[in-house]
Design a protein around this ligand. Structure first.
Ligand code: ATP
Length: 236
């Protein structure tokens, strides 16, 4: 579904990605963990076409998307829920969800809304409420729900658990599992390494713009280096 090879990207003189190779297979939940500033967000953004790749290739669902503009990539079935739940605060929940559907066939709107409401019953209860008045957890649900309205093949989630209470984090992770069951491939960036690795089929560890360790979720959970740096205090 996603194949990244030798990817380099950054901001002016700052090279944030220094040769990244990774794969996400269809139907997988793959997680990327790493310390603050490792380059995780930059990777997701580069996959979406902004910033542009300086070197290397990105293939999505069999097509080379390395040099495509963001809107073309989105139309091909790739959706991105950025860090910090960028919902539209003055729009209602329903309006926010409709915004997510702008790239998909309007004939599916009602069906897609129903699907998102089933995943997130809380959003159904708050359908007429303004996005900005939702709790942090509800805003995260809305941000994920909005990406699903685009009927993506692959979703990129950037730290969906950030700043949320443990119970809400658990709910968000359960929904991610459910989304994958429904056939959407998931690439998840997380600081919450323990939960993310438990959920993931496979994981990658990024250090200073490069992938340093990779393996199944279980392998990484048992890896002494990963445990020391990301699971037992260490970097977090
Ligand atoms: P975090 O977990 O803190 O979000 P991250 O792994 O997602 O970290 P990035 O946000 O990708 O890391 O940052 C990678 C590097 O690129 C950092 O050194 C950061 O300072 C730099 N960087 C990120 N965004 C910009 C920008 N817009 N302009 C200049 N440098 C940037």
């Amino acid at each position: 579904m996603l194949a990244v090879r030798g990817l380099r990207a950054g901001y002016g003189a700052i090279e944030a990605l220094r040769g990244v190779d990774l794969d996400v297979g269809e139907g997988e939940i793959v997680t990327l963990i790493g310390a603050n500033g490792a380059g995780k967000t930059t990777l997701l953004m580069t996959i979406c076409g902004m910033p542009r790749a300086m070197q290397g290739t990105i293939h999505f669902a069999g097509s080379d998307i390395t040099h495509l503009p963001t809107h073309r990539i989105m139309r091909m079935g790739l959706a991105h829920a950025p860090e910090g739940r960028r919902i539209f605060p003055r729009m209602t929940v329903l309006e926010n969800l409709r915004m997510g559907a702008v790239v998909s066939d309007p004939a599916f709107l009602d069906q897609d809304l129903e699907r998102v409401m089933t995943l997130f019953p809380r959003l159904k209860e708050r359908i007429g409420q303004r996005g900005g008045t939702l709790s942090g957890g509800e805003q995260q649900m809305l941000a994920i729900g909005r990406t699903l309205m685009a009927r993506p093949k692959l979703i990129l989630l950037d730290e969906p658990s950030l700043g949320l209470a443990p119970l809400i984090v658990k709910q968000i992770f359960e929904v991610i599992r459910e989304i994958a069951k429904q056939g959407v491939t998931v690439f998840l960036v997380e600081q919450n390494a323990h939960q993310a690795l438990k959920l993931a089929t496979r994981g990658y560890v990024m250090v200073n713009g490069r992938i340093e360790i990779q393996g199944s979720g279980a392998e990484l959970l048992a890896n002494p280096q990963v445990r020391a740096a990301y699971l037992e205090g260490g970097a977090h």
